[in-house]
Design a protein around this ligand. Structure first.
Ligand SMILES: Cc1cc2nc3c(=O)[nH]c(=O)nc-3n(C[C@H](O)[C@H](O)[C@H](O)COP(=O)(O)OP(=O)(O)OC[C@H]3O[C@@H](n4cnc5c(N)ncnc54)[C@H](O)[C@@H]3O)c2cc1C
Length: 294
């Protein structure tokens, strides 16, 4: 069997079979599978094992299926039973092969962990929803598959973990309270502006991550002459929320006969918060024009 081919069914993801096996049942399991291949002890049992891993993987990587299973207890139980059924079939065919039995043990453990975590995640979702809805409006707390998938990656297109929840604070005070609540709930936090970053900074790497999308923090002030701390003279300044799109500030500067020197090519989509976090520049950045952002 050609190990470069994908044998795990429904694997439309960027993870190879080896990476999936390592993530679900450990690196050693992939080595065992290779050994079994060399011994030619593969075939129907290997296919069934890959089907089990494919089922786990497709649920783990597809929040639409997760939502479906979360809504329907019977469907959930049917899937868990089907997994056990296949593992029992493999066990019946193992003929005492120690490597097959080791793989089987690892896979049973993975299935147990997976089903337990699925239930725990549902509980955590309920708890988080209750806590976060004390801070903000319902529309600003989004556990939907659509929102979670939309925040899985940025312009880098790396994909590691799917966010647990996406939050849209309506103002700065909500940001602070959301951050405190996420810490209480044990959620990792990732702020996100336009998602145009090329370095993967807005990508969740942990299972339970809240992505804080700043798109509602879009307030701007008029341009005023202000003397920033540490300078002797006043400069044209504007107060902008973290989620203000870069082009909005550039247009305001332009209308006042000024130049906003932060001009990444992504300015139609990137945000002021993202620009600051990434130290973004652009064509005008080094031309002696100073970008003032408060
Ligand atoms: C087509 C294209 C052209 C580009 N051109 C340029 C260019 O000319 N010059 C340049 O410098 N870059 C460029 N970039 C890179 C990118 O656009 C910039 O880094 C931009 O500043 C990212 O802003 P964002 O709002 O999209 O941030 P995001 O991608 O959402 O986030 C980027 C990082 O900032 C963090 N972050 C976002 N908001 C906040 C916040 N409020 N508080 C704390 N942290 C936050 C995120 O967690 C992440 O780590 C380009 C990207 C693309 C896709």
């Amino acid at each position: 069997m050609n190990s470069r081919l994908r044998e795990i069914p429904y694997n439309y993801t960027s993870f190879s079979d080896g990476e999936i096996v390592s993530r679900l049942i450990g690196q050693e399991a992939w080595r065992i599978l290779e050994d079994l291949r060399e011994q030619r002890v593969t075939g129907r049992s290997a296919r069934m094992l890959f089907e089990v891993l494919g089922d786990l993987w497709v649920v783990e990587r597809n929040p639409y299926i997760q939502d479906d299973l979360a809504r329907d207890k019977h469907r959930r139980e049917a899937l868990w039973n089907a997994l056990d059924h296949r593992l029992n079939d493999i066990s019946a065919r193992a003929e005492g092969n120690a490597l097959v039995l080791r793989l089987l043990d690892n896979t049973r453990e993975a299935v147990r962990t997976f089903t337990r975590q699925f239930d725990e995640d549902l509980q955590l979702r309920k708890k988080s929803e209750k806590r976060l809805l004390k801070i903000t409006a319902r529309d600003n707390v989004d556990f939907s598959a659509y929102a979670r998938i939309a925040h899985i990656t940025d312009a880098s297109d790396w994909r590691v973990e799917i966010p647990f929840v996406v939050l849209y604070p309506a103002d700065e005070s909500e940001v602070q309270r959301m951050v405190a609540a996420c810490r209480e709930l044990g959620l990792a936090i990732i702020p996100r502006g336009g998602g145009t970053g090329y370095t993967g900074g807005a990508i969740p790497l942990r299972r339970h991550t809240a992505v804080i999308n700043t798109e509602k923090l879009e307030q701007t002030s008029a341009i005023e002459m202000i003397t920033p701390t540490g300078l002797n003279s006043a400069v044209p300044s504007m107060v902008a929320g973290a989620g203000v799109v870069t082009k909005v500030v550039a247009d305001a500067a332009d209308a006042a006969g000024l130049v906003f020197a932060v001009d990444p090519t992504s300015m139609d989509a990137s945000t002021i918060g993202g620009n600051i976090a990434m130290n973004a520049g652009g064509k005008k950045r080094y031309s002696g024009v100073q970008p003032w952002i408060i």
